[in-house]
Write a protein that binds this ligand. Structure first.
Ligand code: PAF
Length: 280
């Protein structure tokens, strides 16, 4: 496994592989790797010749007052994990490698259709930060494919849209959410939960399952189902950002059976998000 921090070294290695005809699969991460990330890496292995994992805590996707400074940085442990997953290259740039102009954020990429709703409404600028860093990583690594988790459903749609709109010749592979035995979706932020919050946390998934089941059994009053979800989470101690039923393709108003139930809610300092597809 090659570890690279310097852009020129990355470019050289990518060029060597491209010249040899090897396809490249990228798994972008913020680091602090858990079984959810490792499942993405394992999936990447089956999609091409060379697997590249990027580890970069991207400052531009953290909104003022969020946990950028405290975000767990565990590079040594991350590298150790990746050694067991036949990863070819780990790219660990510094902030100035990704954002070379220290005086301004520089060129930004935004996806207006998706960046102001749901998580984008409560975290203004977050998705522009994500779209910008992913675009830069795509330009640096030049992957043929890239793997993203379905847990970040809005992010997944946003990246699919930017790949389409900016004509990136990259196939986006979606990987199903990896969960604990009690249903809690794996997330680096789960480690912020204390014991009693951890016990309450699976209510998020249970609430989504219950809404999905009620839709599947014919309930059509989505507003009432969203209110039910909000109330159930509040009773379990969550501060609820949103519980919503939206069209699976673009997060607009549900138009047919193919929809997704999405929620974001906090327990203490842990902001948790999750989603479940209904039809489709
Ligand atoms: O999902 C994440 O971990 C991040 O948003 C990503 C895609 C690595 C961009 O920093």
């Amino acid at each position: 496994m090659i570890e690279i921090r310097v852009t020129a070294d990355l470019r050289r290695q990518i060029r060597t592989w491209k010249t040899a005809g090897d396809s490249i699969v990228l798994v972008p991460t913020l680091g602090n790797l858990h079984a959810g990330h490792l499942a993405l890496v394992q999936a990447a292995r089956t999609h091409g010749h060379r697997v590249v994992v990027s580890i970069f805590v991207n400052p531009t996707q953290f909104v003022a007052g969020e946990d950028y400074e405290q975000y767990p940085r565990t590079l040594e442990a991350d590298l150790e994990h990746l050694e067991h997953y036949a990863v070819d290259l780990v790219y660990c740039p510094g902030v100035s490698d990704i954002y070379p102009d220290p005086t301004s954020p520089g060129t930004e990429v935004s996806v207006p259709a998706l960046d102001g709703i749901f998580c984008g409404a409560s975290r203004p600028g977050h998705f522009t930060g994500v779209a910008t860093v992913v675009t830069r990583l795509f330009n640096l690594v030049q992957p043929d494919k890239a793997v993203f988790g379905e847990k970040d459903y809005q992010q997944l749609l946003l990246i699919r849209k930017l790949v389409h709109d900016l004509h990136f010749p990259i196939e986006i592979i979606a990987h199903p959410t990896v969960r604990e035995a009690d249903g809690l979706a794996l997330s680096s932020r789960n480690q912020y939960l204390d014991e009693s919050q951890r016990q309450a946390a699976p209510t998020l998934y249970q609430t989504l399952c219950s809404i999905r089941d009620r839709i599947l059994s014919g309930e059509g009053d989505y507003g009432a189902l969203e209110r039910y979800g909000r109330q159930r989470l509040e009773e379990a101690g969550f501060r609820v950002d949103y519980v919503s039923i939206a069209a699976a393709g673009d997060l607009g108003e549900p138009r047919d059976d193919d929809c997704v139930v999405l929620a974001a809610a906090s327990l203490g300092r842990a902001r948790l998000i999750d989603n479940l597809r209904v039809g489709g």
